[in-house]
Design a protein. Structure first.
Length: 157
């Protein structure tokens, strides 16, 4: 199994046992399910995006205009992905973040649809979340363009 750490560079697991990947001091428990189990867990719309790598229509998602404090998690496995203080209004039609939680996502080259993009995947379950572009605000200059249906939101009280 290959994990992309930044951009297009890749790093192999240092140690793997019982679906646990160790990267130095950090440990990630991978969730492995067959597609039938994912179909039972997810709504048909979520399955199409998270597992078949499709995209929801722009400006249709429930988190596009959400402006609350909390954290965004993977709708498939609950992995914490983006703190709300990294969300910004990009006017692209999908929730946008300038950074992800450390070690929460993996990035992978995507040559589909006749173009080169960088796909964003949940590091825990491997589900498709969206894409990242180099046109975001500082401090990172990144725009993680993420489908709302791939996210859950946990508000900070």
């Amino acid at each position: 199994m290959v994990i992309t750490t930044t951009g297009t560079s890749t790093a192999r697991y240092l140690r793997r046992k019982n679906n646990v990947a160790a990267y130095g001091a950090m440990i990630i428990k991978r969730i492995l399910k067959n597609e039938e189990r994912w179909k039972k867990k997810l709504s048909p719309s979520q399955y199409r995006i998270l597992r078949e790598k499709r995209t929801e229509p722009s400006f249709s998602g429930k988190y596009v205009n959400l402006d609350k404090e909390g954290k965004y998690t993977c709708a498939a496995c609950g992995n914490e992905l983006f703190p709300s203080d990294t969300k910004f209004e990009s006017h692209c039609g999908w929730p946008s973040f300038h950074d992800a939680k450390k070690d929460a996502v993996e990035l992978k080259d995507d040559e589909s649809h006749g173009m080169h993009r960088i796909e964003v995947l949940c590091k825990r379950c491997g589900s498709h979340l969206g894409h990242v572009f180099d046109d975001g605000p500082m401090p990172t200059g990144k725009r993680f363009c993420i489908n709302s249906l791939t996210l859950d939101f946990k508000e900070t009280k």
